[in-house]
Design a protein around this ligand. Structure first.
Ligand code: PGA
Length: 249
């Protein structure tokens, strides 16, 4: 059975005290919620603070990005080995805010994914269509392009270090969520494409885009939705914990 996963993407939010407080509240709240892997992805400067707050708990640490090279003269960048060194198990790659806001192309996403996996991290690879692409009914072509490009050269044996997050760009931070049916049909398409590339795949596929406590259960009830990547609602412990609870089978 595929694992259930809920990851909080804090984006560029929190400071030291609020990061610590939020992480501690999540640690306290997940006690007794079995069968859901909870992941917190704070901004780089607070990875250590959060690592300390979650130490000894079932909550895991993730980062929001990494560089495509292992080390070198890349001023201002953070490498995958550094993330591992400060306690990360996961890294988000290809988030739409980086694809669209920071002009990250498919080839760069592919380079980051290879480096992160080689370094020992598990990648949360984000894919998703814009509103224009949905209106033009080009979603499937977009998923296919993003998945094929991101995974190019990835051996089957590395699939156990991969999680995919389907995040329709029009639903991120907008309060507009994909309906459970829209999410299910996108997940099913992505899963069938993975199956085509690799044979039967057990890759978890998370949904992301305005997941809230009141819509999480319906999304997570879909057969191909294995959990969520949560932005805004991950900044309030009570909301995030309600979403983690909704992911329980
Ligand atoms: P949102 O963000 O939940 O605020 O829409 C999701 C994401 O960007 O991962």
């Amino acid at each position: 059975m595929r694992p259930r996963i809920v990851a909080g993407n804090w984006k560029m939010n929190t400071l030291t005290a609020s990061a610590r407080e939020l992480a501690k509240a999540v640690v306290a709240g997940v006690q007794g919620i079995d069968g859901v892997q909870t992941i917190l992805c704070p901004p780089f400067p607070y990875l250590g603070v959060v690592a300390e707050a979650i130490a000894g708990s079932s909550v895991a640490l993730g980062a929001q990005n990494c560089h495509s090279e292992m080390s070198g003269a890349y001023t201002g960048e953070v490498s995958a080995p550094m993330l591992l060194d400060v306690g990360c198990k996961y890294v988000i790659i290809g988030h739409s805010e980086r694809r669209h806001g920071m002009h990250e192309a498919d080839a760069l996403v592919n380079g980051k994914l290879h480096t992160a996996i080689e370094a020992g991290l598990t990648v949360i690879l984000c894919v998703g269509e814009t509103l224009e692409e949905r209106k033009a009914k080009r979603m499937e072509r977009v998923f296919e392009r993003q998945v094929v490009a991101a995974l190019a050269g990835l051996p089957r044996a590395a699939l156990n270090r991969l999680i995919i997050a389907y995040e329709p760009v029009w639903a991120i931070g907008t309060g507009e969520t994909a309906t459970p049916e829209q999410a299910q049909s996108a997940h099913l398409y992505i899963r069938s494409h993975l199956d085509k590339l690799y044979g039967i795949s057990t890759t978890p596929i998370l949904y992301g885009g305005s997941v809230k406590p009141d819509n999480a259960a319906a999304l997570f009830a879909q057969p191909d939705v294995d959990g969520g990547l949560i932005g805004g609602a991950s900044l309030k412990a009570a909301d995030f914990l309600a979403i983690v609870r909704a992911a329980k089978r």
